[in-house]
Design a protein. Sequence first.
Length: 85
Amino acid sequence: LDGRVVCEEERRRCKAWGKVILNGGTFAEAQDADREELMRIRREMSIKNNMKRRGCDEEYYPQLSSSIIQSLMKTLGINETRRSI
């Protein structure tokens, strides 16, 4: 490798991709897992940014359960959309 730092998002995507391949999945299935992880990352970033804009304390964000996040998304009017990549 070239020695560059790997960011957390890239690490998560590679891990999702590798997990499928190691479990005998196809490259297409691995690509789907990568896309799903990317959407998860984007959704988390969107929620985090919206909470930050509305003055929510960022230190509590990682501790929120998915049901709380879903409720916040609904309250804040954030629609979960899937984009094709």
